[in-house]
Design a protein around this ligand. Sequence first.
Ligand code: ZN
Length: 262
Amino acid sequence: MKNQRKYLFPNVIELNLQAGRPLGVNIYLIDGGSEYVLLDIGQDDTLDEVIDLIRQLDFPLSKCKMVIATHADADHVQALAQARERLKTKTAAHPKAAALIESGEVVETYAQITAQNFSIPMPVCKIDVRLKDGDVIEVGNLKLTVWSTPGHTPGQLSFKLRNLLFSGDNIYKDTCVGVIDAHHGSNIPDYITSLKRILADDAEFLLPSHGPAFRKDPAVLQPAIDRLTKYQYMADFGTCAVSWPLQEQWEKDILAGKMPDL
Ligand SMILES: [Zn+2]
């Protein structure tokens, strides 16, 4: 069965949109003509459908140059090991994501959240290519530039293609950012740096790993930067905070014998 390709932008297909049904995390197929890459692959239970879809779109499995992990979260890469086998392709990730994927780490990848009785398998997968900031991935006649954008996780990558930035879990259309959690390796100052880099860049469209692609707009990015700037000095994400002025003042007041202003 053949299927009409639905290009979101020239050379870019998003497989949830293409399938016409939510599969999970966004999976971008970047079509370089003679070959293609996949950005993220999702979970094991949707891999059959993803592979069927790729076949129906007339992309030979043998032309998949690599499957690239935006980061190591289980919802993005649980199916990586199976995909590497079945597509006979290479895998690529940031070194810090690669270490988690190659060891099948379950806490930092959110495969296991004990307090919520949540647990899914995190199959170990070899990562063939380590990606770092500034690397260029050639896909047919396209060039995809790798950005290291830590914050959500230390190994979070983004990818620039012409005026498009595949922005991973950095920022979504509603100004939300990816989860901030110390057990996940989140770092708020790094996160702010990554968001500012995205804001300053000349990319016109952001293609996130969750939710719709959208036009890059300071009205989306600046509120997130402002929020995270405050979080650095608030207890809300305390294990990721830089300092907590209220506690510092409280300790000074205790030492000074100062009673609370009521
Ligand atoms: Zn995610």
